[in-house]
Design a protein. Structure first.
Lengths: 308, 307
């Protein structure tokens, strides 16, 4: 037996270092390194340009590393009209929207596992099927207008409160928890809501973290609803403001430079420097948060794939 | 006996009352807008109040195919939609191979790094993707200054303000954003393949490429077909955000897909709400038919639903 194993081990050794294997490894590492580079470099490039001398940056001289480092672009960002308000709206909708969405996903996910619920299957289908159709933007816009949700902060929040996909995630998760836990609590006289708060919420923490992170990214990245619903500037989000900066040919830079007073001439704001700085400000939360929460994202897609 | 069943019923109604507010939200935001489809059959001019007398039947549906200028647009939009969805379908095997070859990388830290970095763009909004494209690929962007520096080109090429290869460029940006993320499903599927299969093949002296061909790929095909069917049922739903942020007067002819056209119709001057509604209604119905068709197909062939 052990002799056989030895033979196998000997057989495997030359295989590992065969030429075709090495070629495969070489191509593999090269292609993946390139693709990883292509994914990272754009953000790196924009970032080093925001902290480099604006004149050098404008002439395209900053490509691999920052030159003449300074932080004035970020200090000046405060003066960009509308940016502070947009950041406030973006953060508010992300925090409030995520909190509500997570709570409702947990609650409905739990309720839809309760066999005592009146017409449980019907209502579950009623909610889930909405993932597969869409009335179109005009009917949706008119609905929102009739409800008074155009030019209204709640127009960002309310439509996303009940999200079928997240409900499927929590329901699938709860179904895997042993029933005895609930039954024991029920014998002790706990009601639906008590069980939900005292037992379900704590147990569901991992899946709720996943839902929260998906929902937060969704709210932060949302662009279309501002485009369709909001005409007043005070409701603009960061994404929308960034889009406008990229489009506008009018020079924001002159406004900022005018209020700046005496400055080092090299670092006056340019159209490009403002665009880059705002891009980093909008992208930073995602870039910083993503590596730490990656496992939650992966878990979400895995549970979603086996949904029932 | 009867009193306990009565109290059971009361309890089940009470639980229903708890979820009722949320069902109402679903009804209001997902079902009620469907009522708006009636605008497709009326001559509705928004600031004016809606009137039942303005019924025009299927006029707006016919206009899309009979009015010459609309018909030309409709054809163009369908062509773009089919082209871009078609390219995406043609390359739908890419995430599978991404996962297979990533799995061949034995250095765990490198593999983890690649996975993290390549999934990141999926969580960046389309506006940010456009911003990246703009800052790197426009006239005085990074690419042009670099290429001119090393003497690759003499005059800057503005990749965004052009109507060249739009379909392919849009596919490239989509792939940049989604490839790493789309591969995760396959990476998980690979890790659930019975390792004894690989061991046995190795003992028999199979090379890595042969193992991939005869074990890994066949084990991934079911996942591939489910995702392929879902992609087919989403053929008309490219979404508008990507195309909206990238559209400009140079590329409009090639970039306008159905979803974007529906939006552009509603913001054109004068806006044509009814035509836009008619078109989005048609699109929704065709998509639903495609989805249920794909699902039925899957039920018959694989004895499994994809929904």
């Amino acid at each position: 037996m052990s002799k056989e194993k030895k033979i196998i081990a000997n057989k495997r050794k030359p295989m590992k270092h065969s030429i075709s294997d090495r070629v495969l490894d070489l191509i593999n590492y090269t292609v993946f390194s390139l693709f990883a580079f292509v994914c990272v470099y754009p953000f790196y490039y924009i970032f080093i340009n925001t902290i480099s001398n604006n004149k050098l940056s404008e002439s395209g001289a900053v490509i691999w590393y920052p030159k003449d480092m300074h932080l004035k672009n970020y200090i000046d960002a405060v003066k960009i009209p509308g940016l502070g308000q947009a950041a406030f709206i973006s953060v508010s909708r992300t925090v409030i929207g995520t909190a509500l969405t997570v709570f409702v996903a947990a609650f409905l996910g739990y309720m839809f596992t309760r066999e005592t619920l009146f017409k449980r299957k019907l209502w579950y289908r009623f909610v889930v099927i909405t993932m597969y159709f869409n009335a179109g933007i005009i009917p949706w816009y008119l609905t929102m207008m009739n409800l008074g949700l155009t030019n209204n902060f709640w127009g960002y929040i309310l439509p996303a409160v009940v999200s079928p996909f997240y409900i499927i995630l929590t329901k699938t998760f709860i179904e895997a928890i042993p029933r005895e836990l609930q039954e024991a609590a029920e014998v002790d006289g706990a009601g639906v809501l008590t069980i939900f708060y005292k037992i379900m919420l704590p147990i569901c923490k991992p899946i709720l973290a996943t839902v929260a992170i998906f929902s937060a990214v969704g709210h932060w990245n949302s662009f279309q609803d501002t485009l369709l619903l909001m005409t007043q500037e005070k409701y603009y989000t960061l994404q929308f403001i960034l889009y406008r900066y990229l489009q506008s040919s009018q020079s924001l830079s002159s406004i900022i430079n005018a209020t700046a007073g005496t400055e080092v001439a090299a670092n006056i704001q340019t159209q490009t420097s403002i665009r880059m700085t705002v891009t980093i400000i909008v992208a930073l939360p995602i870039i910083l948060v993503y590596p730490f929460f990656q496992r939650f994202f992966v878990k979400g897609i895995m549970i979603g794939a086996v949904k029932g | 006996m009867s009193s306990s069943s009565k109290s059971k019923k009361m309890r089940s109604y009470k639980e229903f009352l708890l979820i009722l507010p949320f069902l109402i939200l679903v009804a209001v935001f997902s079902y009620y807008p469907l009522y708006g489809w009636i605008y497709a059959f009326f001559d509705y001019q928004p600031p004016l109040p809606f009137s039942w007398d303005s019924f025009v039947g299927t006029k707006w549906f016919k206009i899309l195919f009979q009015n010459k200028s609309y018909f030309k647009q409709t054809l163009q939009v369908l062509r773009n939609t089919f082209a871009m969805s078609g390219i995406a379908l043609l390359f739908s095997w890419l995430p599978m191979f991404f996962a297979i070859f990533l799995n061949e990388i034995k250095n765990l830290r490198f593999r983890k790094f690649v996975q993290t970095v390549t999934t990141l763009p999926n969580f960046i909004s389309w506006v940010l993707v456009y911003s990246v494209a703009f800052l790197l690929m426009s006239n005085n962007g990074m690419f042009n200054s670099f290429a001119m520096d090393i003497g690759l080109i003499d005059t800057p090429i503005d990749f965004l303000k052009s109507n060249q290869h739009i379909w392919f460029k849009m596919w490239l940006w989509l792939t940049w954003k989604n490839l790493g993320w789309a591969a995760i499903m396959y990476i998980a599927a690979i890790s659930s393949i019975d390792t004894e299969l690989f061991e046995a093949a190795r003992v028999d002296g199979a090379s890595r490429l042969r193992i991939i061909r005869h074990i890994t790929i066949p084990s991934l095909l079911p996942t591939f077909f489910v995702l392929l069917l879902l992609n087919i049922s989403n053929f008309l739903n490219n979404g508008m955000e990507q195309y909206f942020v990238f559209q400009n007067s140079w590329n409009r002819e090639y970039i306008q897909v159905l979803d974007l056209y529906v939006y552009n119709l509603s913001t054109s001057k004068p806006p044509v709400y009814s035509v836009s509604t008619a078109l989005s209604m048609l699109k929704s119905i065709v998509s639903l038919v495609l989805l249920f068709g794909a699902n039925t197909f899957s039920k018959v062939v694989r004895k499994q639903s994809i929904l």
